[in-house]
Design a protein. Structure first.
Length: 284
């Protein structure tokens, strides 16, 4: 077999710093120059950095949290990556033996699509199989793993067109948008947090999905939808499936997210509101 493909992509990752403890991060991704908006990414990074001036040590607890698209993209990157069939077979996923079972809130419909326009669009996978849209989670219920021809045989199913050089992996993750505007998402938080970014996501157990990750850049305590102060020195300590099941609402404007630290594949994600999120501090 011989096949050819080509695409164009534009990508900018920009961070703004007011001080060593006050920073913001913005992302711009596009497949066409007319859709590329680096100014928007720069403005967002600057606005978050300015809001994050003089952060105070955060407080441990369980909070309702607004996930910015950048950190929600990281969460979806983890979800999509743990749905590869080889990852499940290797015991590196909390989604093992959960096909047909509820793994997320009914608010979440998640699919992988290498054929759709993204900065890593592919017409075919590493085995030459045409890419297509694969619904992974439909209204909270797990529908399939991602397969190449070898894993498909083991699971007695068909390849999903996700062969990589070693194992099946996502091409691009899409979250079906919700029906809330950004302002409506924030207005629902009476006393909670707004997290804008994260890094160093690590698992205590791949099988159960217990993980921790370190929020970075703007970390904000919000009341009645408004920022009341900036925080620092906290860690998100929770469980992947618990987080997915506690999605309360999703925004109506998805953004393409990808950056070198935590989002290794393109994610088209909106703002997300998640309840009962575990937050610990460096002192714990």
């Amino acid at each position: 077999m011989e096949a050819h493909d080509h695409r164009a992509s534009l990508y900018l990752s920009i961070r703004a710093l007011v001080s060593l403890e006050s920073s913001g991060h913005g992302i711009a991704c596009a497949t066409k120059l007319s859709q590329f908006n680096p100014e928007k990414a720069g403005r967002k990074a600057g606005r978050i950095a300015a809001l994050a001036r003089s952060p105070k040590p955060g407080k441990a607890g369980r909070y309702t949290v607004v996930f910015d698209p950048l950190i929600f993209g990281s969460l979806m990157d983890q979800t999509g990556g743990r749905l590869g069939a080889w990852t499940v077979m290797a015991g590196l996923s909390p989604f093992g033996k959960k096909i047909g079972k509820r793994v997320a809130s009914p608010q979440l419909t998640l699919y992988d699509d290498g054929s759709a326009e993204s900065i890593t669009r592919k017409r075919f996978d590493a085995e030459g199989v045409p890419t297509r849209r694969n619904v992974l989670v439909n209204k909270g219920v797990l529908k399939t793993y991602l397969h190449n021809t070898s894993t498909a045989k083991k699971f007695r199913t068909k390849t999903t067109g996700n062969a990589g050089l070693i194992s099946p992996d996502p091409h691009a993750i899409f979250v079906k948008p919700g029906d809330r505007s950004r302002d409506e998402i924030f207005s629902e938080v009476k006393d909670g947090l707004w997290l804008t970014n994260t890094w160093y996501t690590r698992y205590q157990s791949y099988v159960t999905g217990d993980l921790s990750t370190i929020p970075r850049d703007g970390i904000f305590h919000i009341r009645k939808g408004e920022v009341v102060e900036a925080w620092k020195d906290i860690r998100l300590t929770d469980n992947l499936i618990h987080l997915l099941k506690n999605i309360v609402a999703l925004g109506d404007e998805p953004e393409q997210m990808m950056w070198w630290g935590e989002v290794s594949i393109p994610n088209f994600v909106p703002y997300a509101l998640i309840k009962d999120v575990g937050i610990t501090t460096s002192a714990e």
